[in-house]
Write a protein that binds this ligand. Structure first.
Ligand SMILES: C[S@@+](CC[C@H](N)C(=O)[O-])C[C@H]1O[C@@H](n2cnc3c(N)ncnc32)[C@H](O)[C@@H]1O
Length: 195
């Protein structure tokens, strides 16, 4: 089914971009769909992913970002460089404390945006299930009718091992002043601004 829970939140993430941002890093970029949206907004984008397969697909799609096959937990990141760092459905692939590396790479006033996944089911998630089924069926039917349906290349996936309360506690400890908001479809949005 083509409905993508991460792509669904692109407009929300774009609304949280800093007003005069110029440099961006997209961590765990997959096939680069969000990195290209940042580039289309005029950002100079670095986009990292350790998977050779998705980086090849991202490069084939082009669109402006500088793609690099790299693991963000070991890659040297330039200190204080980025006006925005985004991490879409990728933080749970690495230790949560990786956010401190990302914080150090933020320019003063820069923003970290994490669209995250958490473990377990809350009441909110149970309520989301019918909306999820409807959204998936509607997108699938629309693409079939238009004849545009093509199974996408799937980026590597992993089950999250932190619950939402654990994410909130770690975010408060490692990124004081950050906020974590629960979203529909088993996602949260962490926002942090480097002072
Ligand atoms: C579920 S996919 C999400 C891809 C993309 N952000 C999206 O929204 O479609 C998670 C991505 O994180 C990448 N990833 C896993 N470990 C990573 C690491 N240590 N550093 C950077 N990216 C990583 C995976 O290769 C995968 O492409």
């Amino acid at each position: 089914m083509p409905f993508d829970h991460n792509d669904h939140y692109h407009p929300l993430l774009l609304r949280h971009l800093p007003p005069h941002g110029r440099t961006a890093l997209d961590v765990g970029c997959g096939t680069g769909r969000f990195a290209r949206r940042l580039a289309a907004r005029g950002y100079e984008v670095d986009a990292l992913d350790p998977s050779q397969e998705v980086i090849a697909a991202a490069e084939a799609a082009g669109g402006g970002p500088r793609y690099r096959q790299a693991d963000v937990t070991t890659q040297d990141l330039p200190a204080g460089r980025y006006d925005v760092i985004t991490c879409l459905a990728s933080l749970h692939h690495m230790p949560f404390a990786t956010v401190t590396r990302l914080r150090a790479a933020l320019a003063p006033g820069g923003t970290l945006l994490v669209l995250g996944c958490y473990r377990g089911m809350t009441w909110w998630d149970i309520a989301a299930s019918p909306a999820n089924a409807v959204a998936r069926a509607a997108v699938y039917a629309g693409e079939r009718l238009r004849g545009t349906y093509a199974p996408p290349l799937k980026a590597p996936v992993r089950q999250p091992d932190m619950t939402l309360p654990e994410v909130r506690a770690e975010a408060a400890r490692l990124l004081p002043g950050s906020s974590v908001r629960q979203l529909l479809f088993w996602r949260y949005l962490l926002t942090y601004r480097r002072s």
